[in-house]
Design a protein around this ligand. Structure first.
Ligand code: ACO
Length: 322
């Protein structure tokens, strides 16, 4: 039986900081409304870099940290809903920049993307056929945001994070609970491409911008995340007392407050950074993980939970031993 372990954490966000006050110059909103409803004060919005640029910076940082030669990277997975192109995949652009021979592909699972991607990489490594995987969550949501819609444009930011996962003697990915509910796919949607060709019967308008029923997503997240964490712990035969940190998708502070209350845990157990970055979609969890790692919050042997939720609807939690 083969196992896997995270060897390195990295993040990369664009330099341009956009405050709530700056957004109130663009749409009818205020720092007070945004912060009290979401816990967000600032977000990073790219001025020139695309999703692959963010992801390449993360990948290079991971290689630098570990000293693993690019030739020894076997797998690159990028979770993103905002690729540079529909094809090629962002992962192939990263692979080209690193000059590796790794197999490379993207997955599209919105804000749960990093959890899904880590699970996939873990299975590749546990097959025993591969040694090293780079797993990245990267999104430039600002490309698909309607900057005239105050109900969505204040929530999101751009950014990327990732980990280098390697085959290991001891298992460090302890359990997972990963699910989807496609019956609610209309709750969050964006990037719609209508059918267009010379034979089309009725041309439908593209609906490119992200649309979200915020209230429905709020209710879904506060209902699903606690259940997912409980299911995860049951599979691992552990309790929350065994867990040092919960690293949630950084969508909204109020969602995390409800989750903490339902799980009867102090808010301090949840790592939070949405104040600085907003909701960075697939980037959110790995950005937080790399920040924690760089701050020395993650020590060898610590057990942590990562938990994501988002469009699809999708959700997923994993129990990880550092
Ligand atoms: N500034 C000022 N007023 C605003 C703004 C704004 N930016 N946005 C909405 N409002 C107004 C609304 O128009 C409404 O006014 P009305 O009562 O006159 O109609 C009022 O504020 C209340 O709006 P609600 O939508 O009811 O506000 P709510 O308290 O539900 O907060 C929010 C909205 C923050 C979006 C919340 O529902 C939420 O966080 N939902 C979850 C979103 C999420 O987590 N998404 C993650 C997944 S995203 C992905 O996967 C890509």
């Amino acid at each position: 039986m083969f196992s896997s372990k995270i060897l390195a954490f990295e993040n990369y966000v664009p330099e341009n900081i956009v405050s709530n006050d700056r957004l109130s110059d663009i749409v009818d909103t205020s720092d007070e409304w945004i912060y009290s409803r979401t816990g967000i004060s600032n977000r990073r919005i790219t001025t020139n870099q695309n999703t692959s640029d963010l992801a390449i910076n993360v990948a290079k940082g991971l290689i630098e940290q570990t000293g693993i030669a690019p030739d020894d990277i076997d797998i690159i997975i990028v979770a993103t809903i905002t690729p540079d192109y529909l094809t090629p995949s962002t992962a192939c652009i990263v692979q080209g920049a690193l000059n590796t021979k790794a197999l490379a592909f993207d997955i599209n699972v919105a804000c749960s993307g990093f959890v899904y991607a880590l699970s996939i990489a873990d299975k590749f490594l546990k097959s025993g056929m591969y040694k090293n995987a780079i797993v990245i969550g990267a999104d430039v949501l600002s490309k698909i945001i309607d900057w005239e819609d105050r109900t969505t444009c204040v929530l999101f930011g751009d950014g990327a994070g990732g980990v280098l996962l390697s085959k290991n003697d001891e298992n460090h990915i302890l359990a997972e609970d990963i699910k989807a509910d496609g019956s609610s796919w209309e709750a969050i949607k964006g990037g719609h491409l209508g059918v267009k060709n010379p034979f089309v019967l009725e041309e439908k308008q593209d609906k490119f911008f992200l649309e979200m029923n915020g209230r429905d997503v709020f209710n879904f997240a506060t209902k699903t995340v606690p259940k997912s964490i409980e299911a995860l712990l049951e599979k691992a035969n552990l309790t929350l007392d065994d867990v040092k940190y919960i690293v949630p998708h950084q969508a909204n502070l109020r969602i995390v407050e409800v989750v903490a209350k339902k799980l009867k845990q102090p808010l301090e157990k949840f790592y939070l950074n949405m104040q600085n970055y907003g909701n960075t979609s697939a980037g959110s969890i790995p950005i937080a993980l790399a920040e924690m790692y760089k701050q020395g919050l993650l020590s060898s042997g610590d057990k942590i939970i990562i938990t994501g939720f988002g469009a699809g609807l999708t959700w997923g939690s994993m129990l990880i031993k550092i």
